[in-house]
Design a protein. Structure first.
Ligand SMILES: Nc1ncnc2c1ncn2[C@@H]1O[C@H](COP(=O)(O)OP(=O)(O)OP(=O)(O)O)[C@@H](O)[C@H]1O
Ligand SMILES: [Mg+2]
Length: 372
């Protein structure tokens, strides 16, 4: 396992510190603090144990999002209070998605009753500026300022990517929380641009990021609003807030769906490995598990069928990808002997593209369909 060495403090905010990772300049370490704040930092208390709860919450939420195929900056947890993330230039915008009207929305839209339901969820953008209480910005304002982050200019396309991703993040988490009979009312996320100019969901997502109402009942709220609502703050109040945050982190264990699907990439020859690794990279980016196997249907038919039997015998949803050029025996042999779906993906080269293509789609009649 890779060891990370931490360097200089890059930046310290209200709730966390960001450090360099010495042996990998594309990464950083995000260390949470035992500090809770509200009202752009006007209200602030020490809350022992909060850093660990926040780190656990963020790690579980990002894991869930990664499994749903959403690109996040999260890499891995390193200890109770810190995780490694891709180092980003942060987009200084809060992306808010709301299912029900509550909170600041009601103040800005008088006459709308609390609980008004947005279908599809309503999306808003706020410029991160504590001194001016994070003013709401329109799409045109965000685009016109032309943020340049890690060499990427935030224009219309980049705005659309972040807006659509925010909606997907909300919907994935809303569905996940619904399985615990909890209503996700609204949430905010932030994005960063990594050194490959990719836009990633970044920062953290914890009990400060959303409103969460068990059974859809506002009185049962389990998020930081409980703290925001306190006029005076006693130790007992802080204990309640902490217990709520712990409850949320614990519930997240039940939300993470077990990955019960598998993509098996079978190659006719070890020389096809590079092509298979390219396929595997895409499979992984979709949040799916994969395995690479070598088996030649021509030279090792029995071995191929034995490998096939292995995957037919497991209680997992399996898709087979057959990688074989020239006369593709592998795909048709697999598909003719299994009810599992088989996808042919021959390793095309300019000089053999037509032969490989025909050998993969022109399969004997009665053979289950294979797709290129
Ligand atoms: N993956 C990342 N790469 C680089 N910086 C990050 C990353 N994730 C978060 N940060 C930055 O870490 C800093 C500290 O976070 P913290 O949330 O404590 O700041 P803050 O005081 O709340 O300020 P802000 O209002 O900007 O969130 C912020 O400037 C945040 O943008
Ligand atoms: Mg912050």
């Amino acid at each position: 396992m890779k060891e990370y060495k931490y360097g200089q403090l890059i930046i310290e905010g209200k709730t966390k510190k960001v450090y360099e990772v010495l042996n990998d300049s594309t990464l950083c370490l995000l260390e949470s603090k035992d500090r809770i704040t509200a009202g752009d930092g006007e209200k602030s208390h020490d809350l022992k144990g909060k850093a660990a709860i926040s780190t656990a919450t963020t790690a579980k939420v990002f894991q869930l999002l990664n499994e749903a195929g959403i690109k996040t900056a999260f890499v891995k947890v390193v200890n109770d209070t810190a995780f490694i993330a891709q180092k980003c230039d942060m987009v200084p915008i809060e992306w808010v998605t709301r299912r029900l009207a509550t909170g600041s929305f009601l103040k800005r839209h008088q006459g709308v009753p609390e609980g008004y339901r947005f279908n599809p969820p309503l999306q808003e953008t706020f410029f991160k500026d504590d001194a001016n209480h994070d003013p709401q910005w329109s799409e045109e304002q965000v685009i016109s300022i032309g943020f340049k982050l890690n060499g990427l200019t935030i224009g219309k396309d980049e705005f659309d990517i972040m807006q659509r991703t925010s909606l997907v993040v909300f919907e994935v988490l809303e569905k996940a929380w619904a399985t615990r009979n909890c209503a996700l009312i609204d949430m905010k996320i932030e994005f960063g641009v990594n050194q490959n100019h990719e836009i990633l969901v970044a920062d953290i997502i914890d009990s400060d990021s959303w409103r969460l109402w068990p059974s859809g009942d506002k009185r049962l709220m389990k998020d930081k609003q409980v703290y925001r609502n306190l006029a005076t703050v006693t130790q007992e109040d802080l204990d309640t807030v902490k217990r709520n945050f712990e409850w949320v982190a614990d519930q997240l264990d039940f939300l993470i769906p077990p990955t019960n699907s598998l993509v098996v990439i079978l190659m006719g020859s070890p020389s096809d490995e590079d092509h298979c690794k390219t396929i595997a990279k895409h499979v992984k980016s979709l949040g799916l598990k994969f395995q690479l196997r070598v088996c030649s249907a021509h030279k090792g038919t029995e071995e191929t069928l034995r490998i096939l039997a292995e995957y037919e015998g497991i209680h997992t949803k399996v898709v087979l990808i057959a990688v074989a050029g020239r006369s593709n025996g592998l795909g048709p042999v697999l598909s003719g002997n299994t009810s599992l779906p088989v996808i042919n993906c021959p390793p095309f080269k300019p000089e053999n593209i037509s032969q490989d293509l025909w050998s993969s789609i022109n399969v004997p009649s009665g053979n289950l369909p294979t797709i290129v």
